[in-house]
Design a protein around this ligand. Structure first.
Ligand code: MUC
Ligand code: MG
Length: 373
């Protein structure tokens, strides 16, 4: 049998409006721009991948237009003619030839794994030892920018049994305003509902110390990335000082970051994201480091659409220490989708489709409708 090869790769920027403005410390999102990757193989199989970031160039140092250009100009010539069944060899080759560009690498690895799953007739999770669960808990982020709107949104979602845990994006306003906002939401939702906060690196250590004390007293369940991502020592001091768990997000990008953070016990929880780390295989490695260090895990999102969210979900479903569930709600924040069958979200959880690969199919009419020209 002739060797299977990658024949061509198509990248498409798709702009989907959000259901409401989403306020983060570094940007207000009114749409999400996803780079969709179609990787075509000589055996007729097509793998799907997604490289998505938040707020253009404001969250990370990759951005949609740059990701597309990098894949078209540098990744594709290296990939054409390679054997798509050899994911590890391909990712090693990309790491040798291309520095950084983890969001783009993650999208390519997802497409290779989707193709291989389809080829073998198994879900992507099977390529990582198999799923422990078919459903994953999913929280919702309240980030309308208005306290009462956030409370109304949460109460509606609780009554629909869509979510029972909420994350609040803070750090955009001054700490006292943020704390009052968080405390009001926690009080309105009651003790049975978990509330976490994500500061997205906005505080200094001294501000964090004062603010976290107040958030702890208000009954908040977890603090995500209070300090700048490079301040591992500061994060370790906060983790040691406070009872409330501190989660590393932006700080824990690569496998090496996970090791360094674990070594100084800088966090009680790691937020795993395929985009930061360069793909599913790398978050599996981060998860192993966390497991060895007694650090809990959380399935994070870069607010990806259905392809990226399901890629993360397939890997997360194989992890024994996903103690904080996931935030894989990205598709629900978007007003439309680009796949034929959308993800089912019910009973506070996401259902992972059973089909081969990621278990989804692109809807080309929707791609036509939302693709950037
Ligand atoms: C982040 O930093 O966690 C995840 C959920 C959300 O609303 O924003 C993202 C980014
Ligand atoms: Mg975060």
């Amino acid at each position: 049998m002739p060797q299977i090869t990658i024949t061509h790769i198509e990248t498409i920027i798709v702009d989907l409006p959000t259901i409401r403005p989403h306020h983060l410390s570094m940007a207000v999102m009114k749409k999400q721009s996803m780079v969709i990757i179609r990787l075509f193989c000589s055996d007729g199989i097509e793998g799907l991948g997604e490289s998505t970031t938040i707020g253009g160039i404001s969250y990370a140092d990759e951005f949609p237009e740059g990701i597309k250009l990098a894949i078209d100009t540098y990744f594709t010539p290296l990939l054409i003619g390679q054997n798509p069944t050899q994911t590890n060899a391909i990712m090693k080759m990309l790491d040798k030839n291309i520095s950084g560009n983890n969001f783009a690498k993650s999208g390519i690895e997802t497409a290779l794994l989707d193709a291989q799953g389809k080829r073998l007739g198994v879900p992507v999770s099977s390529l990582f030892g198999g799923a422990i669960t078919n459903t994953l808990p999913v929280l919702w982020t309240l980030a309308s920018g208005n306290t009462q709107k956030d409370i109304d949104e949460a109460l509606e979602l609780i009554s629909e049994k869509r979510h029972n845990t909420f994350k609040l994006k803070i750090g955009r306003k001054d700490p006292e305003t943020d704390i009052a906002h968080v405390a009001a939401i926690k009080a309105a939702l009651g003790s049975g509902i978990k509330v976490t906060v994500d500061v997205n690196q906005a505080w200094s250590e001294s501000v964090a110390k004062r603010a976290i004390k107040k958030l702890q007293d208000a009954g908040i369940d977890l603090i995500e990335q209070p300090l700048v991502k490079s301040d591992f020592d500061g994060l370790a001091r906060l983790t040691e000082y406070f009872e409330i768990p501190i989660m590393a997000d932006e700080a824990v990008a690569t496998v090496q970051d996970a090791f360094k953070l674990a070594k100084v016990r800088a966090a009680s929880v790691f937020a795993l994201k395929i985009s930061k780390s360069g793909g599913l295989t790398n978050i599996q490695k981060q998860a192993a480091i966390a497991q060895g260090a007694g650090i809990s895990l959380y399935g994070g999102t870069m607010l990806e659409g259905t392809i990226g969210s399901l890629a993360t979900a397939h890997l997360c479903a194989t992890l024994p220490n996903l103690d904080w569930g996931t935030e894989l709600f990205g598709p629900l924040l978007l007003s439309d989708d680009i796949v034929k069958k959308t993800i089912v979200y019910q009973n506070h959880a996401l259902e992972i489709p059973e089909g081969p690969g990621l278990g989804i199919e692109l809807d080309m009419n929707q791609i036509e409708k939302y693709k950037r020209n």
